[in-house]
Design a protein around this ligand. Structure first.
Ligand code: IPD
Ligand code: CA
Ligand code: CA
Ligand code: CA
Length: 268
């Protein structure tokens, strides 16, 4: 993507993300109209939908040839990564949004011909924006994030993951995962994939594994983590597919081999 155009889109995307964040903060104490999707714990609110509709209207109004892939389905649901695509999660961490009213984010990843160009993750209640442009480093607001340390031992790692890894599950033997959590320093569960990617980039966790993430959960995070020298793959170490749901590992590359070793050992 042309660098002047990218700069223009970057500034515009930030403006829209901040505007969407303001609206969410303004309206979040009104009735949320909570509905469920695939199961009783899969929540969606009026504000998830309105926020995505806001982005779709803005993007289609200004960039007529761009495509949109958004969780709530108001975009184009593209089947390829051709052209310029905005991959949007209007509210990532809806359960946190509904129950805790914090720890949720707006996630926007912009790809051009399959290449991640711009990543924005806005922690709405903290009013903190994680952002990156390809090849330009990653930032938390105005502060440049440091490259992740190259040498660290797995027993010093803090990994973002939820308890389902330790229950019987379809992907990995739970006993292997129990030994994994004993071998590392600690685990954290934040309930927003986008924030867990941002925290991995910030180096306050060393990685994050999740059993089922969709393109909009990871699109921005992949770009931001990449800019600090981290890496994102599926749990078998293969490149991520931004058109499908998959089990994902993002981490400091210092731990990637070690974590993949556990995942391989327990893989069903
Ligand atoms: C969810 C959150 C959650 C993750 C789920 C996602 P949503 O996104 O990121 O942390 O465990 O897999 O679906 O539905 O709140 O946008
Ligand atoms: Ca959702
Ligand atoms: Ca999400
Ligand atoms: Ca969402």
């Amino acid at each position: 993507m042309d660098s002047l155009l990218r700069e223009e889109i970057f500034k515009q995307a930030i403006e829209w993300v901040m505007e969407a964040g303001n609206t969410i903060r303004d309206k979040m104490n009104n009735p949320l109209d909570i509905e469920t999707k695939s199961n009783a714990n899969d929540l969606v609110t009026k504000l998830d939908k309105e926020t995505e509709q806001f982005f779709v209207a803005k993007i289609k109004g200004k960039y007529k040839d761009h495509f949109i892939h958004g969780e709530e389905g108001y975009g184009d649901n593209p089947t390829s990564l051709d052209g310029t695509i905005w991959i949007i999660d209007p509210i990532d961490g809806t359960m946190n949004f509904v129950h805790q009213k914090r720890n949720f984010a707006i996630s926007v990843g912009i790809y051009h011909e399959g290449v991640g160009e711009i990543g924005l993750i806005y922690d709405v209640m903290a009013n903190t924006l994680y952002h990156a442009k390809k090849g330009q480093g990653a930032y938390k607001d105005d502060v440049k994030l440091q490259p992740l340390p190259k040498k660290k031992n797995i027993n010093e790692a803090i990994v973002g993951m939820n308890h389902f890894w330790l229950c019987e599950n379809r992907l990995i033997d739970e006993q292997v995962m129990q030994s994994f959590v004993k071998d590392i320093r600690g685990t954290r569960t934040y309930g927003s994939a986008a924030l867990e990617f941002a925290f991995t980039a910030e180096g306050i966790v060393d990685g994050y594994i999740s059993m089922g993430l969709s393109p909009w959960d990871i699109a921005a995070g992949v770009i931001i983590v990449n800019e600090v020298g981290g890496s994102t793959t599926d749990i078998d170490g293969r490149p991520v597919n931004l058109l499908e749901k998959s089990a994902i590992l993002t981490c400091n590359t210092a731990f990637q081999k070690d974590i993949l070793k556990y995942l391989k050992k327990g893989r069903k």
